[in-house]
Design a protein around this ligand. Structure first.
Ligand SMILES: *Cc1c(COP(=O)(O)O)cnc(C)c1O
Length: 231
């Protein structure tokens, strides 16, 4: 008789994913702590985030500014070392709120946003590390600068004195992700950037093997989302 598996919890899923990340890192000759696991809690309530916090998780991702503002201030009181990553598109009229409530921006993708972030960093005295989002699949509906414009855009961000930490991508859902991760890595290298935000629930191990320093994992930790998040 086989024993029924114990019901997966946020803690047990986190432990399994951390192990998978460590294994993928080891396979490619990298240290396990070279990869930051960003737990994407969008659409899930604060209780789910609390479960992850109890399991030692500190980096969280949200794709909407409003949801981040609503969920995290209370959680930060108890966990001042919580790090909140904005992984969704950022409208220029939300920059002030995003800079006040988030710690890392993964979706810097156009001149108007770069200008507005530079202005807000100057005004607020908060300078958040930024990832430049590259639309590696050149999908018209998707955010991110075009791969062939990335070098110029990174230079423009640096000219504005933005702290560009690295690059981020979301490969097309229906394609092999590996070539997209490799392309992002290549663009980062030639621009002297060493951080890569890439890999989600279905492909984070591949991403780690191709150099990811930040994987953004949601459903594999928190379960299926009951309603689709806004893009
Ligand atoms: C939702 C989201 C993720 C996590 O996706 P899962 O497939 O649930 O792991 C990662 N990155 C971005 C930009 C997202 O919006």
């Amino acid at each position: 008789m086989t024993q029924p598996l114990p019901e997966a919890t946020v803690a047990s899923r986190l432990a399994a994913i951390r192990q998978q990340i460590a294994d993928a890192a080891a396979t490619s000759g990298r240290a396990p702590d070279a990869v930051t696991l960003v737990a994407v809690a969008k659409t899930f309530p604060a209780e789910a985030v609390l479960e992850a916090l109890a399991a030692g998780q500190r980096h969280f991702g949200e794709n909407r500014v409003q949801e981040g503002m609503a969920k995290y201030p209370a959680l930060r009181q108890a966990h001042p070392d919580l790090v909140l990553h904005l992984i969704g598109p950022l409208q220029t009229n939300k920059v002030k709120q995003a800079v006040a409530h988030f710690d890392v921006i993964h979706t810097l993708d156009r001149d108007s946003l770069a200008t507005e972030l530079a202005r807000e960093f100057e005004k607020s005295g908060r300078r958040l590390p930024c990832f430049v989002q590259v639309n590696t699949g050149e999908e018209p509906q998707k955010a991110g600068c075009a791969p062939q414009e990335a070098d110029a855009f990174i230079a423009a961000c640096r000219a504005l004195d933005l702290p560009v930490a690295g690059l981020m991508c979301i490969p097309p859902a229906e394609e092999e992700p590996a070539p997209h991760f490799a392309l992002l890595n290549k663009i980062a290298k030639r621009n002297g950037l060493d951080q890569l935000s890439m890999g989600m629930s279905s492909d984070f191990e591949t991403a780690v093997m191709l150099g990811a320093t930040h994987v953004r994992v949601g459903s594999a930790i928190f379960g299926g989302r009951s309603y689709p998040p806004a893009q």
